[in-house]
Design a protein around this ligand. Sequence first.
Ligand code: TRP
Length: 328
Amino acid sequence: MFNKKIILSGMRPTGKLHLGHWAGALESWVQLQNEGSYQNYHLIADYHALTTNLDTSRIYEYTIEMLVDWLAAGIDPNQSPIFRQSQVKQHTELHLIFSMLITKSRLERNPTLKEQVRDLNLGPISYGYLGYPVLQAADILLYKGEVVPVGEDQLSHIEITREIARYFNRQYENVFPEPEPKLTRFARLPGLDGKKMSKSLNNSIFLSDSEGDVVKKMKKAITDPKKIRKGDPGRPDICLVFTYHKKFNPAEEKEIRSGCESGKLGCVECKLKCAARINEFLIPFRERRARLEQNPDEVKAILESGEERARTKASDTMRQVHEAMKMG
Ligand code: TRP
């Protein structure tokens, strides 16, 4: 099939994924794959992981955990190559060329960088970290990505990618498309304490959690603090559990709202209902995971064949780049 639009999606290998990753990214990857009109490439950005953590001792483990979660969520590796940045050397090659096409001050103006430096208390950053969006531009343009599903924090990186593509095309020859970001709809699913869902905050439901884990965690979720016992009227719009109902139990949303507001529905019952829906939702994930866990070699082979296919596409693009630059 040709003329399929090319989608490039990526994540840094952070280990096992949680429902926030599902709602913010994976769900839309799977939908786009199943629509059938796109060719997806799925990148594991292991070099990007170095920007904030130089300790690579667990990077392979994190990569495999994340990959298994992608597969469990329904990414089909036969349709869509899955590969590590570090194993397709053209990423670093194109990164180098692109690094000449953008100024240092443009990169220093990147709002996502500024935010991270502030939030993570980073102090002086490395040369590689400043170039984070340049490597991301290489990730996307190496596959001539036209659509990039991202969260809001990545919009500034896509803008830089577009600038680099324009600059290259103007300076040399028209090789690259100008990729469009595709914002995920339900971008933020909060954690069980109402803060951003994050592994380090211990407030996450993981895609790999057991049924029992989900129930236990959901019981601890915060609700409307004014609804103390069954019978008290609650305010679903400020209740975290209601957010989860909206996402994972839309069919009962109305009923839950009125039950909560009238007081008829108690928080414990409401939480158990919610946990049951999440568990139902996770059934196919658990089935696929169980099969993959029996076959670690299959997981490795998926990565190898994805990397093989990625290299073919990447070397074709690099040939065009070198020709355009009269370096071929
Ligand atoms: N920067 C992205 C993130 O932190 C990860 C990433 C790296 C990426 N390269 C990419 C995302 C290319 C999309 C396309 O989430």
